[in-house]
Design a protein. Sequence first.
Length: 137
Amino acid sequence: MSRLVVAFSIALILLLGCPCPVIAPVLFPVEVLQEKLEPESEPEPSEPEPETVTFEATAYTWTGYRTATGTWPSRGTVATDPRVIPTGSKLWVEGYGEAVAADTGGDIQGQIIDLYMDSYQECIEWGRRQVEVRVME
């Protein structure tokens, strides 16, 4: 029994003589504990959705000349004002589909684009119309 008293006395002396305060466990509600354990995730930066702009669209067909970029025109070739849509930009044109701004023209200024068609008849059917254009790159 004396050993028990000695051990208890030593434990009491160590506990009371310790310069650091006694740390008691703190219980948090589960939600708070999970918030502390889970790192805050920042939303991943997503690329902004390409802006859609309304353009007046006309159509042209084979001229026998290369485009302003040096390629032969084909379906998907679009003539643009390079100050509005830079040459080489990938586009989506309502009613026409995917395209590349690969050509320019003297009458193509501002919010006007000229779409390449495979035939004169397609150009006549297209006419002149307002279309939504998205610049993809």
